[in-house]
Design a protein around this ligand. Sequence first.
Ligand SMILES: [Mn+2]
Length: 334
Amino acid sequence: MTQTPSDPSLQAVSDALRTHDRFIVTSHVRPDGDAIGSSVAMALALRSLGKSARVVMHDPLPDPYPDFPCVDQVECAERVPDDGSTVVVMECGDLDRTGLGGIEGHAVINIDHHPGNAGFGFAQWFDGTAAACAEMVYDIIVNLGVVMTADMATHLYVGIVTDTGSFKYPGVSPRTFITSARLVEAGADPVALARLLYDGNTLGRLKLQAAVLSTLDIRHDGTIACLMVDPAMLAAAGAAPEDTDGFINIPLTVRRLVASVFFKMIEPDTWRVSLRSKGAIDVGRIARHFGGGGHRNASGCTLTGTLPDVRALVLDLLGPEVTEADTTTPHHRA
Ligand SMILES: [Mn+2]
């Protein structure tokens, strides 16, 4: 079954891509799998139509993306060149999200799936039902009549897998699986790509994970997890501060643990405090109380004091918040 792209915005974007000849494709700062995959696949499709297409990003590609096909042509820059190109902006609510200067002087095509897109560009397609921008790029490539190569399919598949947390976040739809099936038919290799995406751990990070998890401290009747890391632990593991990314989520794999707090020592008695929660538990409010920020389920702030003091400050607010959410949403411990 082939999808039937009939959306007028999809047609408008396809027409704009067909009628222009020189393109710069870009996406947001600190590009992720969907930003990279959507942009590279789009550039490859445009080139197969005989057009000039450069991919320009503000930030370099994080691991493991330098190992993906065709990414050696991705350029890093502060500004887009003033060369009369049409700029295709993927996944950005507004032009500031690109981190790139100089886009204002160009014709802009806007392709996005995040609610809140500002609606810029002379041609735009917003589709909030797409689980990944890559789903939209797939439809554009089909609509343009471009033959889907294995490299294009690989990038689009990676965009979908990463933006859906391997097909498990809200937004996953039959379209997600139909599109993914077509991409696998076109040469995306789910097994090899899963290994590349998820088996890229370093030994230092694994050792650091062991050390951080050994600090696991369960509070508030088994519902709140606390973790900590300090510079000595980083040094012992031979790891970098950013190697702790994602550790805060590990306790939340336990059903009964509904909030997780990670205390990272920046210097003695100064702590970067990250908070994560499930459901109605609002850790954004707690971080804002301490001068930080974030959203209901993910937030952070900086506090000074000894670890026991700082932990007590946070738990004095977080404990009642967990209790309150527990009484209003009785099912989350089921
Ligand atoms: Mn996305």
